[in-house]
Write a protein that binds this ligand. Structure first.
Ligand code: ADP
Ligand code: ADP
Length: 224
């Protein structure tokens, strides 16, 4: 499966042209979306995540028309927003159970199995009964990945994920992303060049709403 963006543009009502005619193909694996603040990364991500309308252009995730078939996209999309708001007074386990239900896993037994497997995957099984409010920054990020993974998404979008994490937690988080990238499209939006060069097999740089370059980090970053 591939994500194909063609001639995508977005201008806000205040006249800011956040995206100018972006065309980009994103294959399976880890994809780095790099750009300074204000480049248009969040606008692109919100449109991909069906949270915002584009003005023109098309986006296809495999055969699915992302701009038109929003319900279908939401079933195959996992999204980890930058500011992942957590309800502090609910346990990790209950929260995941709720999300699994919202994503259409109706049978309790199936939800329990899904939630258990995900908690193990992100190494939070032992902390499953703790309230999310007691989680450290790194635990919250790993929890964010667990919730994004519910329902076997084909596309996972991660927005500026490692701000404020210590090196150990960053490593854990990166390893987890790499593992997921083995059979999913993972878009990592960041302004940290090293993260893209270490983790991603493909990348793009956007600036002032325009695509500057796309390709493999080894070709792009080494020539910078
Ligand atoms: P749209 O053109 O997609 O309808 P709006 O201009 O109505 O978007 O703004 C949507 C939301 O984004 C509003 O809540 C607004 O307060 C907020 N917003 C407005 N300007 C900015 C900005 N420069 N950067 C980030 N968010 C903004
Ligand atoms: P990035 O995520 O790369 O920082 P954004 O997509 O948030 O970039 O912003 C791109 C441009 O669009 C910026 O100039 C920003 O101020 C503007 N912008 C973002 N969201 C809104 C909004 N809702 N309404 C108006 N302008 C916005």
């Amino acid at each position: 499966m591939q994500l194909t963006i063609t001639n995508l543009s977005k201008t806000y009502s205040n006249g800011v042209q956040a995206l100018r005619n972006i065309s980009l193909s994103i294959p399976q694996g880890m994809f780095g979306l790099l750009g300074p603040n204000g480049a248009g990364k969040s606008s692109l991500i919100r449109i991909l995540a069906t949270l915002q309308e584009a003005d023109s252009g098309t986006i296809f995730l495999g055969e699915t028309d992302v701009l038109k078939q929003k319900e279908a996209v939401r079933k195959i999309l996992g999204y980890l927003p930058q500011e992942f708001g957590l309800y502090s007074k609910i346990s990790a386990e209950s929260f995941l159970d709720h999300i699994a239900y919202l994503k259409g896993i109706i049978r309790k037994k199936e939800r329990e199995e899904t939630v258990k497997a995900l908690l193990h995957k992100v190494n939070l099984y032992d902390a499953r009964k703790k309230n999310l409010g007691t989680y450290s920054g790194g635990m919250k990020q790993r929890f964010g990945i667990a919730q994004a993974l519910i329902g076997h998404p084909r596309l996972i979008i991660v927005d500026e994920p490692t701000a404020g994490l210590d090196p150990t937690e960053r490593n854990r988080f990166h390893n987890l992303l790499s593992e997921i990238g083995e059979n999913t499209i993972v878009i990592l939006s960041t302004h940290i060049v090293e993260d893209v060069s270490h983790l991603c097999s493909n990348m793009a740089i956007i600036s002032r709403g325009e695509l500057l370059i796309s390709g493999q980090p080894s070709q792009i970053i080494d020539s910078m």
